[in-house]
Design a protein around this ligand. Structure first.
Ligand code: ZN
Length: 360
């Protein structure tokens, strides 16, 4: 493997690791995290920690997470997992999910397809050997991706996960700043943190308190939707063995000439479904303060959403922009989505209109 230049934060990583090792104690046994009480969860967020496992820090992080009732996804590097199998096993035993973060953290988009295969495939193998199952999630280093990389990911059945919020913990963010970044998370969203900064470990109790105060719980990242969902069976992801996923349904192609186009990607299981919608502005001017109206099929009730607010929860629904995505440029798109319950009808919504103008 050709070694790649290490980013500056690697130096910080070593310093943080040594500091943690000097004061840290390694627990011999970590109990699985207690699932957060479902009754208080009005939504789920995905906490993620990259670049581990890190001797001297991972166990401290796991202790902080489990003692605060949080579960998280760890995107491990193969080169760190292989020599530290006990830390990977401890991560799994603590109730965490484990994803693939490449073998040695290269800029993947600069690699050949063969090199991409080696980075991803060797890491899949190493993690499967340690944990007994191959990861389903892949986070490209630096969040850098390309169509070629996505093709390789697909060969391994991996869902690519970037992030909605960057905690900047890799960039020497303070504890308060890391806590504040977590406070910006909304239902379904994912935050980037790392396995090695001491400040990240120190921030965990306040992150837990902040989420609890907003009735948000730490969830798993659904391989089907790439969004944070409940960690247990109450809202099973479509990939759950107990579920019978229906094929993805898409709206028909545009009939042409419409000022807007909306596509649906419905993924359903026993009693629930998710729908990821893409709204495209086909007009020659930007649409501001957008509202998308549509008819939800009978028997469906929206229980949570992302990148928009939905009201009412059934029937003739209006999805209102989330502020940060209030403008759709000419020719541009925004992605929104929701989770809903259903009574057997898993059809996509119909009758889309953007600010009152019918969409194709
Ligand atoms: Zn990384």
């Amino acid at each position: 493997m050709v070694s790649t230049p290490r980013p500056a934060r690697r130096i910080l990583a070593i310093a943080a690791t040594m500091a943690a090792a000097a004061v840290g104690t390694v627990a011999a046994l970590t109990l699985a995290a207690t699932p957060s009480q479902a009754a208080t969860c009005n939504g789920y967020v995905g906490l993620t920690f990259d670049d581990g496992p890190t001797p001297g820090n991972t166990q401290n992080l796991l202790n902080a997470l489990t003692s605060n009732g949080l579960r998280a996804t760890f995107f491990d590097e193969g080169q760190n997992a292989q020599p530290n199998p006990s830390l990977v096993q401890a991560t799994k035993n603590a109730g965490m999910w484990i994803g693939n973060h490449s073998w040695d953290h290269p800029h993947m988009t600069g690699l050949t397809t063969a090199q991409m295969n080696t980075e991803i495939g060797n890491t899949q193998s190493a993690l499967q050997q340690i944990t007994g199952s191959a990861p389903k999630l892949f986070r490209p280093p630096y969040g850098e991706t390309s169509s070629a990389l996505k093709s390789v990911e697909a060969q391994y059945g991996l869902t690519e996960i970037i992030w909605d919020v960057d905690s900047q913990d890799w960039n020497s963010a303070s504890v308060a700043s890391i806590v504040a970044a977590n406070a910006r998370l909304t239902n379904g969203q994912i935050i980037l943190m790392h396995d090695w900064p001491a400040n990240t470990v120190a921030a965990i109790p306040q992150i837990a308190a902040g989420l609890a105060s907003r009735n948000l719980c730490a969830g798993m990242i659904s391989p089907a939707t790439g969004r944070a969902v409940a960690p247990d069976g109450t809202q099973p992801p479509p990939s759950s063995p107990a579920a019978s996923p229906s094929p993805r349904q898409s709206s028909p192609p545009p009939t042409g000439g419409g000022a807007c186009r909306v596509t649906s990607a419905v993924n359903a299981w026993n009693n629930g479904l998710t729908n990821n919608l893409t709204i495209t502005n086909n007009s020659t001017s930007a649409v501001t303060n957008w509202r998308l109206t549509f008819t939800l099929p009978s028997g469906q009730t929206i229980t949570s959403g992302w990148n928009a607010t939905y009201s009412p929860s059934s029937g003739a629904v209006t999805a209102t922009n989330a502020g940060y995505n209030s403008t759709i440029a000419a020719g541009g798109s925004v992605g929104i989505g929701y989770q809903a319950t259903h009574t057997g009808n898993t059809a996509a919504p119909t009758g889309f209109a953007l600010n009152g103008v019918a969409c194709s």
